[in-house]
Write a protein that binds this ligand. Structure first.
Ligand code: ADP
Length: 355
């Protein structure tokens, strides 16, 4: 019997899910859940099992025998054999369907309000992001026109450089918008091929060398000596890494360290468990408040710590999430216990045949 199979349930299970204890024993905790929920819970439990932690107050949806969705809250403690081997959990489920329904209505209302607010903030940010480089292009080209005969060549070169940088900034913004609209229309193509993730990472770091040097940031590689081959779209994944890196640089203090790691990991999905590669970038920067770690991946959202004045539109991470979703992977941010943030993604080593 596997650790997640029911070996005992009280008769109360029939009231909760419509099944008799006899029907439930032998099934896994996850087999009585809808597909998507199964993958979500497996991801949560993998972590608990690995760390041999108790779980408390975990909410999940289950399928009642009559087809209805029931929300349960589960609490449980791990049990170990005499030899200390993890053999399963002992715990209880509680029906919280009604509370969950009320909570969902409140959350949906908050999300709608937040979406409205985000849109206004986005429009304000976007006008700023468009206007600033546009102004720079117009003023420096004007200087150039006026001083064409009188200014020394170095001065003219500095004008050209400023015009060029602003043009690049505008192009990056327009590319983000274009990617997003193509993603939304399902028109962005993905070209999956077998490649070394560490090579793509190296190239992204090389491209950011000037920005890293400017802030005197040190890169520390953790656990870098292993196979990092996987099937992925090199262009899209390098865009994700570049976005992680440029944010880490942007939100770090001078002279701090960015730690970068690629390691083997697992992914849980409807189809089961698959092997993956996890890339993490840890910075010692300003960090992200705990309650915003998920929302920063939404379109147009910036964390409350950086909303004022940091620049940016809040599109980069939303695009990264879409890219990683298209790879059937997982992307998330964490709090760095030593201060700062950790940005991670896992992609499967092999893409399914469907791609
Ligand atoms: P942008 O940086 O253009 O605003 P992103 O989608 O890349 O857009 O990032 C969204 C927000 O997430 C940022 O504005 C910032 O508030 C927060 N963020 C991203 N990376 C970090 C980081 N490494 N440290 C702190 N905050 C971050």
């Amino acid at each position: 019997m596997k650790p997640d199979n029911y070996t005992y349930t009280s008769p109360y299970i029939e009231e909760l899910l419509g099944y008799t204890p006899k029907e439930v024993i032998g099934q896994t905790f996850f087999s009585l859940m809808p597909g998507e929920e199964r993958a979500r819970l497996l991801t949560i439990f993998k972590d608990h099992i690995k760390k041999q932690r108790i779980f408390s107050g975990i909410e999940h949806t289950n399928l009642h025998k009559n087809g209805n969705i029931v929300t349960l809250e589960s609490n449980g403690s791990p049990i170990y054999s005499i030899e200390g081997q993890f053999i399963g959990y002992r715990g209880i489920h509680r029906d919280i369907t009604e509370q969950a329904r009320t909570k969902k209505i409140i959350i949906e209302k908050e999300i709608a309000e937040q979406a409205n607010k985000s849109k206004s903030e986005f429009l304000a940010n976007m006008s700023h992001e468009l206007r600033t480089p546009m102004h720079a292009i117009l003023s420096f080209s004007n200087f150039g026109i006026k001083k064409f005969n009188s200014a020394p060549p170095e001065k003219l070169l500095s004008y050209f450089n400023k015009i060029n940088q602003s043009g690049e900034r505008l192009l990056a913004l327009l590319n983000d918008l274009l990617d997003l609209s193509k993603l939304e229309a399902g028109k962005l193509e993905f070209n999956f091929r077998l490649f070394e993730l560490s090579l793509v990472l190296k190239q992204c770091i090389d491209e950011q060398e000037a920005q890293l040097n400017e802030k005197n940031l040190r890169i520390k590689f953790i656990n870098s000596e292993h196979n990092t081959q996987a099937q992925f779209d090199t262009v899209k994944i390098s865009q994700v890494i570049t976005n992680f890196l440029s944010n880490a640089i942007k939100f770090s203090e001078q002279g701090t360290t960015l730690s970068i790691e690629i390691k083997a990991d697992e992914l849980f999905s409807d189809a089961g468990i698959s092997n993956g590669l996890c890339l993490s970038i840890t910075d010692q920067g300003i960090g992200i408040p705990d309650n915003e770690l998920d929302t920063i991946f939404d379109k147009f959202i910036q964390s409350s710590k950086t909303k004022t004045g940091a620049g940016g539109t809040g599109l980069g991470l939303a695009i990264c999430k879409e890219f990683i979703d298209a790879h059937h992977g997982r992307i998330w941010a964490e709090h760095n216990p030593e201060g700062g943030s950790i940005f991670n993604f896992v992609i499967p080593i092999q893409q399914s045949q469907k791609n």
